[in-house]
Design a protein around this ligand. Structure first.
Ligand code: MG
Length: 512
């Protein structure tokens, strides 16, 4: 391999990266700033950019370069080899997917967004059903083009979490489901229902916003290399130097925007923490959605909903919202932000019931892609599963199968990464606590810098250099282990609600 060939490879990779980044900014704009009448033109722009990117990636010259580089892999540095591996993965994927299919998906999903919004507003699945049927068919065609072993759903999950299979997801849910069900039923029977009406009185949106900015600053989010705006659906996009977060604010909910801001900032810190050496390459992003979600969940839940965090931040929140919180002790507040209660909406659900929402989506999506569940039967199947897993039945589709944006985006196979994220978060946080015995004390003092520094050193700087499993092994010394999450849930929520774990889980397993 000559120096010139490597330079040409990097040049091509950079151009593709630029096109994808431009699509990212246009998509961000579509969900934050764009006037409604811009939708049709925007669909065209995104479709053109994605076609161009696809064309560059599948160019014969790119194929030839990759062939040479793969042959010479032994001569490459670790980072170079990782870049060839990732570009190779994208090349294989792109050459397997016909350009027409990619373009169709891009056009249909750009239109689907508006239809989904309308259907949700009118609580009428029928308005969304035709376009969703098209999206499902395109996903099934994609799975066929990509190839798979076992379930076609594996081909789709692999897009978000490399190598993830229904076998692994079944094993993960097999391990955690009995605990979730036991804990939920113990909590429901405990009759302890913490009061939280003080969180739902009118509170200033400006002050909520200011408080979130204060916390994000303490987390180390760099506002010169990123920004936060308002959108109906919180998300994080962009990469180092320009990381865009969104949040949504409700007058009648004092803390929900804080937690969604912390969540997205957890994603944002990951992006901001990637080594500058990896910029303008596919390695400059997080390694997978599951690992990405571990960062957001850690900040949102293991930090943001923890008792130590509020030791420092509660007096500050109280000073900002005296009318709402004057008579509320930090203990009552802590209980109120950790109420466990079966509810309809995934993004508003608590840490215990959350993964049951994911289990529901996983089983439905798998059946839809495998052709076992028809699109028209989704509302019925959704409601039946909800009743089975959480004991409650949605009264309309907005409360049920229309609540998530993912299908309108064309994404099937994405949901399981949320549960993986929760599991990885507990495993990483356990390791961080072992590595830094004073971590809890730091958090109690509002000093979030040591955790951020540890995450950057252990995880963020590497971007996509390691595969998810390589990274987890490097950081924690073992592969994904659901036991950390199970222990965490029992300790925190068993304690809060006075629910005792069954004997089998009482003894903490020795992990390492
Ligand atoms: Mg997230």
């Amino acid at each position: 391999m000559t120096h010139a060939k490597w330079a040409e490879f990097k040049q091509r990779v950079g151009e593709i990266h630029d096109l994808n980044a431009a699509s990212g900014v246009l998509s961000w704009d579509l969900e934050t700033m764009m006037p409604a009448k811009g939708a049709d033109n925007r669909a065209q722009q995104l479709s053109t950019l994605s076609a161009l990117s696809h064309r560059l990636m599948t160019d014969e010259a790119m194929g030839a370069l990759l062939k040479t580089l793969r042959k010479d892999a032994a001569k490459l540095s670790a980072v170079e080899a990782a870049l060839v591996r990732e570009v190779g993965r994208e090349f294989d994927r792109a050459t397997k997917l016909p350009e027409a299919l990619v373009q169709q998906m891009s056009e249909i999903t750009a239109k689907a967004h508006a239809l989904w919004v309308e259907a949700r507003q009118k609580q009428d699945f029928k308005l969304f059903e035709p376009v969703l049927s098209q999206i499902v068919t395109l996903n099934q065609q994609m799975a066929d083009c990509l190839g798979y072993e076992g379930s076609p759903y594996n081909a789709l999950m692999d897009l978000y979490e490399p190598g993830l299979t229904t076998q692994t997801v079944d094993a993960v849910f097999g391990a955690i489901k009995p605990h979730l069900v036991q804990l939920v039923s113990g909590i429901t029977q405990s009759k302890s229902s913490p009061e939280r009406s003080f969180l739902h009185t009118k509170s200033s949106l400006d002050k909520q916003w200011q408080f979130s900015i204060q916390v994000l600053t303490a987390m180390g989010f760099d506002f010169e290399g990123g920004r936060m705006d308002k959108a109906p659906h919180p998300f994080c996009t962009g990469a180092q130097g320009d990381v865009r977060l969104t949040t949504r604010l409700f007058e009648e909910d004092l803390v929900s925007s804080l937690f969604s801001s912390m969540h997205e900032a957890g994603h944002g810190l990951y992006e901001q923490g990637v080594s500058p050496d990896l910029t303008r390459t596919p390695l400059s992003e997080g390694t997978s959605l599951g690992i990405h979600e571990s960062q957001s969940r850690m900040w949102e839940n293991l930090v943001g909903r923890s008792r130590p965090f509020w030791g420092h931040f509660y007096p500050r929140l109280k000073a900002m919202f005296p009318k709402q919180l004057n008579r509320v002790s930090v203990e009552r507040f802590y209980k109120a932000i950790n109420v466990v209660q079966p509810s309809f909406i995934r993004v508003e659900s608590d840490e215990v019931t959350y993964n049951l929402h994911i289990l529901l989506r996983y089983e439905l999506e798998r059946d839809i892609i495998e052709g076992k569940l028809k699109v028209k039967d989704i509302p019925k199947a959704w409601n039946a599963k909800m009743t089975e897993l959480l004991g409650i039945t949605p009264t309309n589709d907005a409360q049920g199968c229309l609540q998530d944006i993912h299908w309108a985006h064309g994404s099937f196979g994405y949901f399981p990464t949320y549960t993986l994220g929760n599991l990885y978060a507990s495993q990483f946080f356990h390791t961080a606590q072992q590595a830094m015995p004073s971590l809890t004390t730091h958090i109690q003092r509002g000093n979030l810098a040591p955790l951020r520094a540890w995450l950057q050193e252990q995880i963020h700087q590497y971007g996509k250099q390691y595969t998810p499993d390589e990274l987890v092994q490097r950081v924690t010394g073992e592969s994904l282990n659901p036991q950390y999450f199970i222990d965490y849930l029992w300790q925190k929520f068993g304690g809060l609600y006075g629910v005792t774990p069954p004997v089998a889980v009482k003894k903490l397993v020795k992990h390492r």
